[in-house]
Write a protein of this length. Structure first.
Length: 144
């Protein structure tokens, strides 16, 4: 589906349209938000509310690989803090930060809906459950 075909669906397609634009541009800048609002026939303010509510729409520049680390109580109890520490040890970034080379961004999220597989995280669009430090190392691959 093209951007025009998605936009033709109007406000009901707001998230789909924003995800499409984000896939092309990496994130939704203020300029992109204005453009999207016009295409969808929505106010910029309402579309910004949608974009900031939905945690998979990035309103600021992010790295090529976004690590969404679940911050739920269950993930916390099952070892989430060790994963955050390991990301810092390996990549030198904390929550909300991006590596200097623009490769990785670490973002905490309230819940990924995978409590039965805690601790959970996403790298890009792929959900990973039962993650421990060794598995995290494998997911990060050759990253410094």
């Amino acid at each position: 589906m093209t951007a025009d075909e998605i936009a033709a669906q109007g406000p009901a397609a707001a998230i789909d349209y924003l995800r499409f634009l984000q896939a092309e541009r990496g994130y939704i800048s203020d300029e992109t938000l204005v453009e999207a609002a016009e295409a969808l026939g929505m106010s910029v303010a309402v579309l910004d509310e949608v974009a900031t509510f939905y945690n998979l729409i990035f309103r600021e520049k992010v790295g090529k690989n976004v690590i969404l680390l679940c911050d739920s109580a269950v993930c916390w109890m099952m070892g989430r803090e060790a994963l955050q520490t390991r990301v810092f040890e390996r990549l030198g970034i904390g929550p909300g930060e991006t590596t200097a080379d623009g490769e990785f961004t670490l973002l905490p999220v309230v819940c990924l809906g995978a409590c039965d597989k805690a601790p959970a995280l996403m790298v890009g669009d792929v959900l990973h459950g039962d993650v421990d430090v060794l598995r995290l190392d494998a997911l990060l691959g050759g990253a410094a």
